[in-house]
Design a protein around this ligand. Structure first.
Ligand code: FAD
Length: 435
């Protein structure tokens, strides 16, 4: 009889809620990971940084597990089929996993939990990827918050009670000896799951105190290494959110605030799954997007003639990362200057970002478009020149990504700023003021 820990977006051994509980169950624990065919087949580009990141982390996990005499079982297929064959092979009593709040994941887990239950196996799920989930931070009337500021206030209040209980890491004890070992310890290669290796550097996973110390001064300047670059690690759970919150409390309230945004958008996605395809604020369903495909292509390729916008898009295309300030500027430019539906931009980011996370990306896009929870007011249209002046005065970041800026080979602006600004305000005003 064995228990299974099903790794998903929690790719670490230490301070992992479900794994901790699995190991305490007393059964030998077989750790598994499933490359989900449903998700991978949707990725048209077979060189994918995310898949490669996961694969890389699985290899690291497997090496770490070897120290405890254990092995990671990696399968490829639809989760249902994989579970059917696992049940044929092993005598499983319990399955442990950490909760995921994306609609696809929730449905998948429900199907698997029901299937397991029909075979007499319990599926036990835990909170691990956020500090507060679902209904843990709600308004006095029990309804979910839809504005960040009051949510964050309540979040902080709750964090401080019970002697820091909510951000205590799970103890790291010798329970690891309960791991189950398979006869073979090789894991599937990227090629075996239909992908190719590409050259990419992944951000390091440690929390750097010097970055947190200066975070509030440096965080908005893309030419400076002023933010943690930990987003991909939060995305795949290679670092623990509890440890991050401890560091935030100790070194940078501003940084901690970003981690609250992360919880906030996960909570929003959980309570309002319609945001995946719909405006959070449904009155904007009547907004008349222009959706010009050539302009969209120019934006994607970093050829709008607005250096700060193009620099951001080129950084994204080349590295899979974009600084937060640039995410705000490029998203605002697409939705306001070009009046292109935020869903187009969101999809593009979803294909390209190494740290792509449905909740944060959707939240960020709807914020920029003015259709979301804490939306940018519609009359607030980022001015690319002012943004450059404020955040990249010496053009250090811009010149890195747009080296042809002063050579005569750079395209003219795709649209005049003043004209575009007025056009956007009119389109939004029609709805906001009902004119
Ligand atoms: P830091 O500044 O060091 O912040 C620490 C952590 O806090 C981040 O790693 C991230 O996990 C979290 N965080 C920071 N800002 C936000 C935010 N606004 N919302 C939610 N979580 C936040 N973040 C993603 O992780 N994945 C996405 O797909 C994503 N898409 C975005 C799209 C748009 C249009 C916008 C405006 C923002 C998006 N963000 C997304 C949020 C933010 O830009 C990135 O988290 C941040 O740039 C990552 O860099 P960092 O790790 O150095 O962040």
């Amino acid at each position: 009889q064995i228990a299974i820990h099903w790794f998903r977006r929690d790719l670490r051994l230490q301070d992992n809620a479900a794994l901790y509980h699995a190991l305490k169950s007393g059964y030998p624990v077989l750790p598994i990971f499933i490359f989900d065919r449903n998700l991978l087949e949707n990725l048209s580009d077979k060189k994918d940084r995310r898949v490669q990141f996961i694969h890389h982390q699985l290899n690291l996990l497997n090496k770490e597990l070897a120290r405890y005499g254990s092995t990671l079982l990696v399968s490829y297929g639809t989760p249902y089929k994989v579970w059917t064959s696992l049940l044929e092979k092993y005598n499983i009593t319990e399955v442990y996993a950490n909760r995921d709040y994306e609609p696809y994941a929730k449905e998948r887990d429900q199907v698997i939990a029901e299937y397991l239950a029909s075979e007499g196996i319990s599926f036990k799920s835990y909170k691990d990827q956020c500090i507060f989930e679902m209904d843990e931070v709600v308004k006095a009337d029990g309804k979910p918050y839809t504005l960040f500021t009051p949510y964050s206030k309540k979040w902080m209040e709750k964090l401080m009670i019970k002697d820091g209980f909510y951000y205590q890491p799970y103890p790291s004890v010798d329970y690891m000896q309960n791991m189950f070992a398979l006869p073979s310890s090789t894991i599937l290669s990227l090629e075996e799951i239909g992908f190719q290796t590409m050259k990419c550097d992944f951000p390091k996973k440690g929390i750097k105190v010097d970055i947190l110390d200066k975070y509030s001064q440096h965080r908005d300047f893309p030419a400076v290494e002023g933010t943690s670059r930990l987003s991909v690690h939060f995305r795949f759970g290679t670092i623990s959110i509890r440890k991050a919150v401890q560091a935030g409390l100790q070194y940078s309230p501003k940084w901690l605030n970003e981690l609250i945004w992360r919880d906030f958008y996960m909570m929003i996605l959980h309570h309002f799954p319609s945001v995946v395809t719909e405006n959070f604020n449904t009155k904007y369903n009547r907004l008349e997007w222009r959706n010009n495909p050539e302009e969209f292509k120019a934006w994607c390729d970093g050829q709008t003639g607005y250096p700060i916008v193009d620099a951001g898009m080129r950084e994204l295309n080349a590295t899979g990362f974009m600084h937060n300030r640039l995410r705000m500027i490029t998203a605002s430019f697409l939705t306001k200057h070009l009046l292109i539906d935020w869903r187009w931009g969101e999809q593009y980011f979803a294909q390209k970002l190494l740290d792509y996370d449905l909740a944060a990306n959707n939240g960020g896009w709807q914020w920029a478009a003015g259709t979301g929870t804490d939306a940018q007011p519609y009359f607030r249209v980022f001015n690319p020149s002012t943004q450059t002046e404020k955040f990249d005065k010496d053009l250090k970041y811009i010149k890195k990504w747009v080296p042809e800026l002063h050579t005569g080979n750079y395209p003219p602006p795709i649209v005049d700023h003043t004209f575009a600004r007025e056009r956007a305000i009119k389109a939004f005003q029609k709805i906001s003021k009902g004119v």
